[in-house]
Design a protein around this ligand. Structure first.
Ligand code: FUL
Length: 506
């Protein structure tokens, strides 16, 4: 099974499920590389530096902030995991307004929302033809309602992308445990979701399964599911039990300080990811921050590499589903800001869960926090002080560094893999945030950097870091300076920086 999955992932990442050999020969996208036996260590590092996102991975990364909507029977039974025995009659929102969900999300800066179309209880938020455990047997709208349809329509209206969460673990389905039948059932449900609701930009498969050693054993035919998704929605990324997007390894909202998007493809064993995923109801965030996934040591031992970026999921509340008792435990704007710095600011995409309540509305408390967070974020990043700086460096195209675009870049001349970029501001300024972005369409390369300011004629270190990737944000105690410099001290071939920013938090 493992071997199958590795192959499936590699093939699908590369080809989207078509003829592999042909695609490997004239590959357009560069998100996968196979090492040759004769590759030296230097060859391998150079190849690692060229691995880049597929077009669907790139659009996904550029969104930066995405949203989760956990809603279903659990909302009404006040549980985190339903066991599938709940009656559909419990599902009865009194004022469901999917437009409010999407509007609130959009106003918070969220670019895509993922709805739990089916959670582990197996209850479908759309009137699936393949089960009785769905909205069609609920009192809501006399069984005529379709939450998936309402969210899809609201997303279209507000210009927000739409994704679906379809839990592989289904505690209601009689087919679960009868592998072949369940895989057909799953394909049927995928087909409904991916053909009846317009464009789908993300399909989210959860790794959770609480069956335990004596529970039902179900083999998931991931290969078939992925191929089906590629056929029906070729632009959708498949996360996190999928080939395009990786679970960061914690549900706390805090990613790794060193976060590589280029990983050995040998690491992409879904069983291993599942084993590290949560196995019990409720959720104790697992802190895998120390895990090294993509260092040189890992790269040099690998047989192949793949672009497999991190998604950092977290809930705005302690639970994933709405619970009235948690109304006073909604994360504050400051906490959300801290999470933003530690997810988006650590080369990840933030997936922030905002669970609608029993009315079918996002609760006032959550709206308040989101509004406060958006204000903080906008004020922090309103003014890049470096836009008015004069820049000196040996590299090419320095203007690109501060043009606010991620598709233009500066790089070193020749084969220099280290660089120093010096900035002189028109006058002394105070700041406490550094932003760095690589142009990831050319790969992720920076391994170490140091940021210094000039004080009394001497360079003083303010902050330093390892990986950059799509975005790296670092906060430090406020300092004042006129002259500052960034040194890239280690890099896999030439650095390619898209942006540098310097900000003062409000
Ligand atoms: C976990 C699930 O068990 C939780 O209920 C939630 O859906 C979270 C996003 O993923 O694995």
């Amino acid at each position: 099974m493992k071997a199958n999955i590795i192959t499936a992932l590699a093939l699908l990442v590369v080809t989207g499920g078509t003829n592999v050999q042909a695609q490997q020969k004239n590959r357009q996208d560069k998100n996968y590389v196979l090492f040759h036996e004769k590759d030296t260590d230097a060859d391998k590092i150079s190849k690692a530096a060229q691995v880049a996102p597929s077009p669907r991975q790139l659009s996904w990364q550029q969104m930066e902030i995405t949203g989760f909507l956990h809603f279903g029977v659990n909302t009404f039974t006040n549980k985190e995991w339903g066991d599938g025995s709940e009656s559909p009659s419990v599902f009865n929102p009194t004022a469901l307004d999917a437009r409010q969900w999407v509007k609130v999300s959009k106003e918070a800066g969220i670019k895509l929302v993922i709805l739990t179309a089916k959670h582990h209880d197996g209850f479908c938020l759309w009137p699936s033809a393949y089960t009785e455990h769905s909205v069609k047997n609920s009192p809501w709208k006399n069984g005529q309602g379709d939450v998936v349809k309402e969210v899809a329509a609201a997303c279209k209206e507000y210009g927000v992308k739409f994704g679906v969460y379809l839990s592989p673990w289904d505690r209601n389905s009689a087919f679960f445990g009868d592998s072949a039948k369940y895989n057909d059932y799953f394909i049927n449900q995928l087909t409904e979701l991916l053909t009846n609701y317009g464009r789908i930009d993300e399909v989210w498969f959860d790794g959770a399964n609480g069956e335990g050693p004596t529970g039902k054993k179900q083999y998931y035919d991931y290969n078939r599911w992925y191929t089906h998704i590629r056929k029906l929605q070729p632009t959708a990324v498949i996360a996190v039990m999928g080939p395009d997007v990786r679970w960061v390894g914690t549900e706390s909202g805090y990613g790794r300080e060193t976060e590589w998007s280029v990983l050995p493809a040998d690491e992409m064993i879904q069983d291993k990811i599942a084993a590290n995923s949560q196995q019990a109801a409720g959720f104790a965030p697992m802190n895998l921050m120390d895990d090294d996934l993509g260092s040189r040591a890992k790269i040099l031992k690998a047989k192949s590499l793949v672009w497999y970026p991190a998604e950092t999921d977290v809930s705005i509340r302690p639970g994933w589903f709405y619970h009235p008792a948690e109304d006073n435990q909604v994360k504050t704007p400051e906490k959300l800001m801290d999470i933003y710095f530690s997810s988006v600011g650590r080369n990840g995409v933030l997936l922030l869960n905002i669970p609608p309540d029993t009315r079918g509305l996002i609760h006032e408390q959550d709206v308040k926090s989101l509004t406060g967070w958006k204000k903080l974020k906008d004020r922090t990043f309103a003014n890049n002080l470096l836009r008015r700086a004069s820049i000196t460096t040996k590299g090419k195209n320095t203007k690109a560094l501060v043009d606010g675009r991620t598709d233009t870049d500066w790089t070193t001349t020749g084969k220099d893999s280290t660089a120093v970029i010096t900035f002189t501001l028109p006058n002394e300024q105070e700041f406490d945030v550094l932003l760095l972005q690589e142009n990831i369409t050319k790969g992720q390369r920076i391994e170490n950097f140091v940021f210094e300011i000039e004080q009394d004629g001497k360079w003083k270190k303010v902050t330093a870091g390892t990986t950059v990737g799509y975005k790296r944000l670092l906060r430090f105690a406020p300092v004042k300076a006129k002259k500052l410099r960034l040194s890239i001290t280690n890099c896999r071939t030439q650095p390619v920086l898209a942006e540098i920013g310097l900000y003062k938090q409000p």
